[in-house]
Write a protein that binds this ligand. Structure first.
Ligand SMILES: Cc1cc2nc3c(=O)[nH]c(=O)nc-3n(C[C@H](O)[C@H](O)[C@H](O)COP(=O)(O)OP(=O)(O)OC[C@H]3O[C@@H](n4cnc5c(N)ncnc54)[C@H](O)[C@@H]3O)c2cc1C
Length: 388
């Protein structure tokens, strides 16, 4: 059965009317670039000056997009989603920490999440950002091809060991690890590290996924090369496909530094490569596990249609659909209702530490105007339906 993304009763059954009204207010505010700019500026200023705004953030944007401040709070949210066969990706959303002590301290936090996930039916994944375990400038240096000093080589070994301990714990616990993609100028060491982890932990089952940002014009080729590499080395490729979240930053840097932008010439080219990438993975499901991370209804429908037409069961173990918590519930809950594997990215962490994540959500919902108006129209449709 193909999913119906219009069914708002299914999409929002887990949200109270009060929560929907808050979402209406939030998405309306974010749809105004001016309001978003003022809100983001004010938040940054208030945080810099230690103005107590945690309460305001917590009860608005944080509750819309995050599972809670602790893993235990996120677990409560995960239990609500479980009732609707929607899975969860635990995402310890703390960003921007630098320093060896902080990086070391993050490892047990992730292993705790893995062990908790293993005790639950609907938490098949955790997600990891390599910048949570390594200095950004170290990644940048490796990416540039410059020679590392002896101290830097030692530092990189520690990064490797941190990620290895996490993947090892996940392998033992039967949990999958999604390694996020970040800025293109640090991506080479992230890809290399992830390939090494896949080679070690994906031989018999899929534990590790790399992320392919299809807004980059070189990623469709890279996806196919990664598949060939996996075949040659005898492991299953974990491929998380997204469009990419750092477009403006990427383009601005390329202009400022005078190199060719790694970003596609336009949205159409990104969409084309995204759908071709998904199709390629679906054609090789024996050796690729695909994670379709998108809020694009057309891409989700295309993928579901392909499965339907080719007799691939909706709950094929190598196919997952995913959207961010607080967004595109019409896709997630309707796909889950039709029997597809769905998991929501559920970030958690202290309010002040997840602010960079929340800022990206605010920005995304401003710049992707079509998506915001879609969210708003669905929320309003559901509020109207409930009133009636
Ligand atoms: C589950 C999940 C996990 C994610 N993980 C990551 C991650 O690890 N790394 C990461 O970078 N992002 C990640 N994202 C964010 C993602 O990359 C997108 O920014 C976001 O999902 C919007 O894309 P879309 O496919 O949902 O929707 P759409 O609205 O169809 O696409 C919007 C996207 O298209 C691209 N785009 C827009 N305009 C243009 C243009 N003019 N030219 C070229 N391309 C254009 C941009 O990537 C933009 O974000 C994740 C998203 C999800 C849902």
């Amino acid at each position: 059965m193909l999913p119906q993304f219009e069914d708002t009763a299914i999409a929002f059954e887990y949200r109270s009317t009060k929560e929907l009204k808050r979402a209406d207010f939030l998405f309306s505010s974010m749809s105004s670039p001016l309001l978003t700019k003022i809100g983001m500026g004010f938040t940054k200023w208030a945080m810099d000056w230690n103005i107590p705004i945690k309460g305001i953030i917590k009860h608005t944007i944080f509750e819309q997009f995050c599972g809670g401040e602790t893993m235990e709070e996120a677990a409560d949210t995960a239990r609500v989603l479980e009732k609707y066969n929607v899975g969860v990706i635990l995402d310890y959303g703390v960003e921007g920490k630098e320093g060896e002590a902080e990086f070391d301290a993050a490892v047990p936090e992730f292993i705790k999440a893995i062990n908790y996930a293993a005790s639950q039916k609907n938490i098949p994944f955790i997600s990891v950002k390599i910048t949570g375990f390594s200095r950004f400038s170290l990644l940048e240096k490796i990416h540039s091809g410059a020679t590392l000093t002896a101290a830097e080589q030692e530092e990189w070994k520690k990064v490797y060991s941190r990620i290895d301990r996490i993947c090892n714990a996940a392998f033992d616990a039967g949990i999958m690890v999604l390694i996020d993609a970040e800025e293109s100028w640090i991506q080479q060491p992230v890809d290399d590290l992830t390939d090494a982890m896949m080679e070690q932990y994906n031989k018999t089952k899929i534990t590790v996924f790399n992320t392919f940002q299809m807004y980059r014009h070189d990623r469709l080729i890279f996806l196919k090369e990664s598949h060939k590499h996996a075949m040659a080395k005898g492991y299953i490729l974990g491929a998380k496909l997204v469009r990419g979240a750092y477009m403006e930053k990427e383009r601005n840097r390329a202009v400022a530094m005078g190199y060719t932008s790694p970003i596609q010439p336009g949205k159409e080219a990104t969409d084309k490569d995204y759908d071709e990438g998904v199709l390629y993975c679906q054609q090789h499901l024996d050796k690729i596990g695909i994670f379709i991370g998108t809020h694009n209804e057309k891409s989700c429908l295309l993928a579901a249609k392909y499965m339907d037409e080719h007799g691939i069961p909706a709950n094929h173990p190598h196919v997952y659909f995913s959207q961010l918590y607080g967004m595109s519930d019409n896709i997630s809950f309707n796909l889950a209702h039709s029997g597809y594997h769905v998991a929501k990215y559920l970030p958690y962490g202290p309010v002040k530490d997840v602010i960079p994540y929340l800022m990206r959500r605010a920005q995304e919902n401003t710049s992707v105007a079509g998506q915001t108006s879609r969210e708003l129209s669905l929320i309003r449709k559901e509020l109207k339906r409930r009133k009636a």
